[in-house]
Design a protein around this ligand. Structure first.
Ligand code: PAF
Length: 282
């Protein structure tokens, strides 16, 4: 695997592949790779001639400086995982390489980017669109792979792709979970053992809520999830929204949309660590 750190190097590698008519898959990451990322990379390797994985801890999408500071940085281990998955190119640039000047572009895709995470993390999706649009422009992938764990992020990126006319296919990939159900996340390594022990209760409750929802309203199901998780010492729900899987707008009844998804963010432990997850009701 070739590890590139500049846009020039990256594009030189890709020019040869493109001239030879090869298909290109892109997996954007912020590093601290785990089995969830590996599943995206393996899928890209299976579906494209060349797979590029970007490893860039994008500062513009962090609205909380402490969150950025404590985000795990594991470049050597990341490259070993990518080698093992069969990726051809890793792109691990510096902040100065990506943002030689402050990025003043402003992306706005309401209602998709202003509900849930968008409402609680001002500027987050703008930062995501800034970096992802740059990567799409430099790599010009045929396919770009994103984990469905960040359910809202995929919806926002789809809006950006349509808006800017990128000719690529977004490939959403299923959440990869630990054996006890906890959604894999780079932030899980920040959990103390006692926090790690209670974190799976989030998904356990979401799964139980699917059964509960069969005989209860949307409002009652929201209350059920929030009460059950908040009853666990060390967990505190920031929000639980049951939304139309396309528009991401709240629904009030189960027959309001063909696809209905519950999206949750929970604070876990003392620091606290913010964990997100979701479940499909239909
Ligand atoms: O999902 C992530 O890890 C990031 O938001 C992404 C898409 C790599 C952009 O920095």
């Amino acid at each position: 695997m070739k590890v590139t750190t500049t846009i020039r190097e990256l594009q030189a590698e890709l020019a040869a592949a493109r001239a030879a008519g090869k298909t290109i898959g892109l997996v954007p990451t912020m590093g601290a790779l785990h089995a969830g990322h590996a599943s995206l990379v393996r899928r890209s390797v299976a579906e494209n001639d060349v797979t590029v994985v970007s490893i860039f801890l994008n500062p513009t999408q962090f609205n909380d400086a402490r969150d950025l500071e404590r985000y795990p940085r594991t470049l050597d281990a990341d490259c070993a995982i990518l080698e093992d998955c069969g990726a051809q190119i890793a792109f691990a640039p510096s902040v100065a390489e990506i943002y030689p000047e402050p990025d003043t572009r402003h992306f706005s895709y309401p209602p998709t980017d202003v509900v849930m995470e968008g409402a609680r993390r001002p500027g987050h999706f703008n930062g995501v669109c800034q970096i992802v649009s740059k990567l799409f422009a430099w790599v010009e992938p045929d396919h770009a792979y994103f984990g469905e764990k960040d359910f809202q992020q995929i919806a926002v990126i789809r809006r950006m792709v349509a808006d800017l006319g990128f000719k690529l296919q977004i490939v959403p990939c299923p959440v990869v979970r630990e054996a006890d159900g906890l959604a894999m996340s780079s932030r899980n390594t920040l959990l103390a053992p006692a926090e790690r022990a209670i974190a799976p209760r989030i998904y356990e409750t979401l799964v139980a809520s699917r059964y509960f929802a069969q005989s209860h309203s949307v409002a009652q199901t929201i209350q059920y999830v929030v009460n059950r998780i908040n009853a666990i010492q060390g967990l505190c729900v920031e929000y639980y929204s049951i939304v139309d899987g396309e528009s991401l707008l709240d629904v009030r009844s189960w027959d309001e949309a063909p696809s209905i998804v519950g999206c949750i963010t929970v604070y876990c432990g003392q620091k606290p660590i913010r964990l997100i997850d979701h479940i499909r009701y239909k």
